[in-house]
Design a protein around this ligand. Sequence first.
Ligand SMILES: *Cc1c(COP(=O)(O)O)cnc(C)c1O
Length: 362
Amino acid sequence: MERVYNFSAGPSMLPVEVLEQASQEMLNYQDSGMSVMEMSHRSPVYEKIIAEAETLFRQVMQIPDNYKVLFLQGGASTQFAAVPLNLLSGSGKADYILSGQFSTKAYKEAQKYGDVQVAASSKDANFSFVPQTDKSSFRADADYVHICFNNTIYGTKFPYIPDTGDIPLVADMSSCVLSEPFDVSKFGLIYAGAQKNMAPAGLTVVIVREDLIGKAKAETPSMLDYKLMADNGSMYNTPPCWCIYVAKLVYEWILRIGGLEEMKKRNEKKANLLYDYLDSQSYYVAPVEKSSRSMMNVTFVTGDADLDKKFASEATKAGLVNLKGHRSVGGMRASIYNAMPYEGVEKLVAFMKEFAKANPKA
Ligand SMILES: *Cc1c(COP(=O)(O)O)cnc(C)c1O
């Protein structure tokens, strides 16, 4: 079978060049006589890999020197607990903006550890937009404000960076990290599971401002303590070695093509192609408010559950896979992360046109 266009929300496509390089180096990484999968994480050859991964990631994201980069395990979901355990060190208060399922999960987890409130929510509108906020939306003595920058399930993205004044802003960027340049200095902490836009599942990256670490609650498990992880260079225990290596290849790929500015251009071009088509017709409806549209996850429905089902199954036969929407939303979702080529979106739009013609609504 040929490679398909995989619109999965995650784990998702990786760049073919990266997969090819990984496969070329699979049995014998740079004359080490072994695969990266088989290496001691304490070996000089692996230490070079993780050091380079961090250097490249800092370069790609233009991370200021006063931020630590941590390569962790446990997925973004583990950060839902790690963030409050490490950051609720002052008033014990945190404010959450609810813009979808992951931010709601993060909020519920944080409630176990402190005085955690909802600052704004679009739940009543089925999370079809990202709520507006200003400084007055947040408690002035909050230890941090938490957002989910790109809402993978609903297909929305923050059209703005909330102004939290001096309160550190924490962002779950699992599904938009590396998709465009971000001004890291606007955030106290950024975390991202790797399996959407960076690497295979198993790696979670945390970027945290140095002054925010070292104040974890006493009961914080060692594995969730940012200070311990930072002091040990993400090697307190065995890190997800293979994933970090693939992430390094992805960072190199991004730099090769021209960095995050170029990545953004490509991603905009892909998203515009799909959204422009959606806006030009009435067979499919994009349920999300235009100003909150995600560049990575594009949701749409036909308005008829049977047609939606038929769409996903016929698309699969045409080599366009994983277009079924999240079980909580229904309809379709096309995740068009960095590694999705423009041609994949062209094929999708062509398929959508054919499907609409062949399946008129009653
Ligand atoms: C996928 C995703 C998660 C969950 O990630 P895990 O690594 O499975 O824990 C959390 N937040 C966002 C925004 C996601 O897209």
